[in-house]
Design a protein around this ligand. Structure first.
Ligand code: FMN
Length: 305
């Protein structure tokens, strides 16, 4: 039996459910040399704002047990340069292109979303309301339920593109945030963004990254992500895109069983930039070996004893 890995996420037809997570694959140019963008479902590009910016001062990343801490601070080329200089390259591949957007005001989120409306080669938006590394915007929206409602409403008014909202794990009840996104017309939610963390150098007694705090990603956060995907899956009727510490096919399967309809690979790309295509291949074998015809056969199928 041939298993069908295609999946419909927020109205986007993906050839398989494996995506590259925002911020870990840039605008696709470098990673395309190692990862065949014709063999993954989607690339979620690095966060884009209305205007270009340089991000935070270095050092901006440090290694931790089973993961990394980053406070890159969303450096980006700005939406106009992205459309003119980056989208033409991304159009060469069959991976769907999801643009991760952010802003420092509700209005700005709306303006970035409007600018991307109808751009050939842009298939969907992922609004980052959960970045822990910038002073304004980002997490300020994703950890306040009223701000979440306002920003999702504003973006929804500005775009006809499929709209995914990226949730923050730095809240006590992530399901209530997902519910608000669904009520305001989001087509899907993605989770999790990084967990707020900190590392101190015991020789210098200084924080290891200049921003002092940063976002923790990688295998260390996977059990938290799995728990949150399961909670959100049980709270909403829109698809859930799961991410956080996926390094191989088994990790991805865990997310599907918890309720994800698609997965995104982040930190693992830095260790092995072709890991996503390996995971897509591995998923096919996993399903064929178990006579599972399509992804609905595993999504949310965790067995509670
Ligand atoms: C270096 C780095 C940069 C990131 N930049 C973004 C970003 O621009 N927008 C965003 O929504 N998430 C960003 N993220 C979060 C990832 O997309 C992902 O949600 C998170 O790292 C958890 O997945 P992982 O454990 O597989 O890395 C970034 C993560 C890392 C490690």
């Amino acid at each position: 039996m041939i298993s069908d890995l295609s999946v419909d996420i927020a109205g986007m037809k993906l050839q398989n459910p494996v995506m590259l997570a925002s911020g870990t694959a840039g605008y696709g140019e470098d990673i395309a040399r190692y990862c065949d963008l014709n063999h993954i479902g989607a690339i979620i590009v690095k966060g884009i704002a209305l205007k270009p910016s340089n991000g935070n001062p270095p050092p901006r990343i440090c290694e931790t047990p089973s993961g990394m801490l980053n406070a890159i601070g969303l450096p980006n080329v700005g939406v106009e340069t992205f459309i003119n200089d980056k989208v033409p390259f991304l159009r060469n591949f069959s991976a769907r292109v999801v643009v991760n957007i952010f802003g420092s005001t509700v209005e700005e989120y709306g303006e970035v979303a409007s600018a991307l409306n109808g751009v050939d080669g842009v298939h969907g938006l992922e609004a980052n309301i959960s970045c822990p590394n910038i002073k304004e915007g980002g997490i300020a929206f994703g950890t306040d339920i009223d701000a979440t409602r306002r920003v999702v409403r504003r973006i929804r008014k500005s775009t006809t593109l499929p709209l995914i909202i990226k949730l923050s794990p730095n809240v006590t009840d992530i399901a209530s945030f997902a519910t608000v996104c669904e009520e305001e017309g989001a087509d899907a939610v993605s989770l999790i963004n990084t967990l707020l963390g900190m590392v101190i150098d015991t020789e210098t007694w200084k924080p290891k990254i200049a921003n002092i705090t940063g976002g923790l990603s990688g295998p260390a956060i996977r059990p938290v992500a799995i728990r949150m995907v399961w909670q959100v899956y049980n709270a909403v009727n829109i698809p859930v895109i799961g991410m956080g510490g996926i390094t191989n096919c088994q990790d991805a399967v865990e997310f599907f069983l918890a309720g994800a309809s698609a997965v995104a690979i982040g930190t693992a790309n830095f260790l092995n930039p072709s890991v996503s295509t390996d995971i897509a291949e591995g998923l096919k074998t996993y399903m064929q070996d178990r006579n599972i015809c399509n992804l609905s056969g595993i999504t949310g199928k965790m067995q509670i004893p």
